[in-house]
Design a protein around this ligand. Sequence first.
Ligand code: GDP
Ligand code: MG
Length: 161
Amino acid sequence: FRTNSAGLADVKERTLIAVKPDGVQRRLVGQIIRRFEQRGFKLVGLKMLQVSEGLLAQHYCQLTQKPFYSSLVEYMTSGPVVVMVWEGHNVVQSSRVMVGATNPAAAPAGTVRGDFSLHVSRNVVHASDSLEGAQREIQLWFQGKELVEWDCWDQTLTCEK
Ligand code: GDP
Ligand code: MG
């Protein structure tokens, strides 16, 4: 349970979630957004784009030397992606749980990957894996002015503060 310096739940935490090209083609965008909404997270950024190889190389900078990197590039540039920033208590860790293991064979039913995918090369969705990673990825994909600060009327029903 992460709290801020005042000892209150940190609801400002943000993460980057992307629906990958297979998820967009398979019309899964709505279902994926719905899961984050119903959990109680707040959408603060959303856009659709065709990813460039340059952006991808920065996004996946730790993977460029992997043997599967060229097939990952082919996959991720095969069509548009929908990229989002979600905010809320413990959102980085909780969304990794909601998304499921990288290899869908190890992702339990009830997770996005466990419900909608079969193979690691077509695993439908991206979620940042740490607070630092989330911060880096949000800065990479979004300009500050594209992120919207807004008050969600039910915030006190889903979190203490
Ligand atoms: P994630 O954080 O769970 O998405 O997993 P990673 O950061 O380790 O890998 C990034 C993405 O690369 C994964 O979501 C997959 O789309 C892809 N990937 C990872 N491992 C493999 C692999 O062994 N083969 C292929 N084809 N793609 C992989
Ligand atoms: Mg990753």
